[in-house]
Design a protein around this ligand. Structure first.
Ligand SMILES: [Zn+2]
Length: 619
């Protein structure tokens, strides 16, 4: 069981998610250089694409043309699209041209990011990455808004384009010129948060360690070591509590202004719009919290009671959560990157031959940069190369069980990219995080039966313990997700969110609602520290409930697979292929699932997880 603290996935360590805004952070990578072959991704051989809608503009043949581009090289293409005559007769060709332009820029910028995160010491690569992230992408985005207005003015739509138009319309509706400066200010404040948090250290046996470097000690069997590491980690934050609270005050003020400028009564309502949450409301999220409280919280308390007994404790303290119950030795799934990739191929082939082939194709094309080596950015991500229609996975594998979890998760995102690329236009391929994480979290569960040798990495017994840990993680992550979401809702709607002391009190109250079975007596300040550690609350407000929604969807896909694996995977792939062309309920429905906010369905799924845990422990 790992404390959820990462950017991408609250239940797995080391994930940054799809295309991070800024590379870095997160993964507590230990051990370096167990294997080091730098793979380089090259631009594909330029080929003129027949589909290019040259009737509006002529585009370069490949993203390589933009590799060294500055904004002035790219701006004329947008200008052409902005001034070309646009009618209902040529709108499809115009959209195709615009989409291809976005693909070219996106892939060129992604290549620059991949190159940089793979070799952060190279000043040229850093410069190229920054040229895209700070110069080209923001201006391209602005031009994109300009072009989307042309489409909206035309009042044009058709089947498959409705969700794109809906997103364009929403963005246009909430856009305010006066908010641009506020967003820049929020970026700056986020950078300050990163700087404070990234610089936190603790003294450990005469050595200076970062907070992620303390993480492995939380798994120690010696309880005193765990407690010491846990306390040190929290203390590092508590020392900066006032500074972080003052920083959040500024964020709160800026966000409240953003919402007010756009005509919303509070930032929560603005956030739901800007995140394109068309299919669920704050009230649904409240129901989700209640459902977690009724169904998951008691289940986690039962798991904690089991933990208490197994560890022979009189009470479970917060530093007792990380220690593994099923085995003393850590899993060592592989010691060579070749084995890491080959076993993954075999696992995905067992899930589905097409998915196995897609993964093999990524390996063959140098689209997997998995091994940790000096100079690489920390963490992991999956991103897509929009022009060639293939994904890329980056991580820092050192041969531990989390590496397997990370790869399987990110591979789920990559299968999504492969499937969605069949949609013609770039905007039709991207659903929101709720669907993206459905793809990755479902894959974690769909792949779990095949982690065993000869296909997978583990002996039967090791595979069993990996599954147990995964299911425990799922249960334990849900109350945390509910806490973070309920807390943010409170911050922006209670009228007291501006008050630092009130925030801390509210967090404690919310935390005691969702966290039963852990003895926090005498640790109130440490308990408060937890929210300051949750970077989403600072940097990505309201981005968290998606994980809960997706986990509920993934559990439904899994439930289906236990009865009929082939059909469950077939539906999974069909859902992925929809990209972002339909609403969230339709995507979930195609996967054989639905959006779950109610206690009844959540209760069924929780019961299934608990039952499976009991079976696995008895095996
Ligand atoms: Zn993810």
């Amino acid at each position: 069981m790992s404390e959820p603290f990462n950017h991408c996935d609250p239940s797995n360590a080391g994930l940054l998610g799809q295309k991070p805004a800024t590379p870095g952070r997160a993964s507590p990578t230990t051990g370096v250089g167990w294997f080091a072959v730098a793979q380089t991704v090259k631009f594909p051989v330029p080929q003129r694409r027949q589909t290019a809608a040259v009737q509006t503009i002529t585009l370069p043949a490949s993203p390589a043309a933009f590799a060294d581009a500055g904004w002035s090289d790219i701006a004329p293409y947008y200008e052409d699209l902005a001034t070309a005559s646009l009618t209902r007769d040529n709108v499809e060709a115009w959209l195709k041209s615009w989409s291809q332009l976005e693909e070219l820029i996106d892939e060129a910028g992604t290549m620059a990011m991949i190159a940089y995160t793979g070799d952060t010491a190279d000043a040229e690569k850093e410069k190229a990455h920054l040229r895209f992230s700070t110069e080209i992408f923001p201006q391209a985005h602005e031009q994109g808004v300009r072009l989307s207005k042309r489409l909206l003015d035309l009042d044009y739509t058709r089947p498959g384009l409705e969700t794109t138009v809906q997103r364009f319309r929403t963005d246009a509706e909430i856009f305010r010129e006066e908010n641009v400066a506020l967003f820049a200010e929020l970026e700056e404040l986020s950078a300050q948060y990163q700087k404070i948090v990234g610089g936190l250290t603790a003294q450990w046996e005469g050595e200076t360690k970062t907070i992620p470097q303390l993480q492995p000690y939380l798994k120690e069997r010696d309880r005193q070591i765990r407690e010491r590491a846990w306390r040190l980690g929290n203390e590092a934050y508590l020392v900066h509590r006032d500074e972080l609270a003052a920083l959040f005050d500024k964020m709160f003020i800026a966000r409240t202004k953003v919402a007010g400028n756009a005509g919303f009564p509070n930032y929560q309502e603005y956030a739901f719009k800007s995140k394109h949450r068309f299919d669920y409301t704050p009230a649904d999220c409240d129901r989700f919290h209640e459902a977690v409280e009724r169904t998951v919280v008691p289940a986690v308390a039962r798991q904690l009671e089991y933990r208490r007994e197994r560890l022979g404790l009189d009470r479970v303290r917060p530093w007792d959560l990380g220690v593994e119950l099923e085995r003393v030795e850590s899993l060592k799934p592989f010691d060579d990157a070749g084995v890491f990739v080959d076993r993954a191929k075999a696992i995905f082939r067992r899930v589905d031959p097409t998915l196995g082939n897609e993964f093999a194709l990524m390996a063959a094309d140098g689209l997997l940069d998995l091994e940790s080596r000096k100079g690489k950015a920390p963490g992991g991500y999956c991103t897509k190369l929009s022009f060639r229609g293939k994904p890329f996975i980056f991580m820092n594998a050192v041969g531990v069980a989390d590496d397997v979890n990370t790869l399987v998760h990110e591979a789920g995102h990559s299968f999504h990219d492969f499937a969605a690329h069949k949609q013609a236009l770039i905007w039709q391929r991207s659903p929101g995080h709720e669907a993206a994480e459905l793809a990755s979290m479902s894959m974690e569960l769909l792949a779990s039966p095949y982690l065993q040798k000869p296909d997978g990495y583990y002996t039967a017994d090791e595979a069993r313990s990996a599954q147990i840990e995964h299911l425990e993680d799922i249960l334990f992550s849900l109350p945390h997700i509910a806490s973070v979401d309920a807390f943010q809702s409170w911050i922006y709607t209670s009228g007291e969110g501006h008050d630092a002391a009130a925030r801390d009190r509210a967090w404690l109250e919310i935390r005691s609602r969702f966290e039963h079975g852990i003895d926090w007596s005498g640790l109130e300040q440490e308990r408060v520290a937890r929210w300051y550690r949750q970077l989403h609350i600072f940097e990505y407000p309201f981005y968290y409930i998606e994980y809960g929604i997706a986990q509920m969807g993934a559990l439904q896909v899994w439930r289906h697979s236990l009865a009929d694996q082939a059909t469950a995977v077939k539906h999974y792939r069909e859902a992925l292929a929809l990209g972002g062309t339909v609403g969230l309920p339709e995507i979930y429905q195609a996967a054989g699932a639905r959006l779950v906010f109610d206690a009844e369905t959540m209760g069924e799924l929780v019961e299934l997880v608990e039952k499976r845990l009991t079976q696995l422990r008895a095996a």
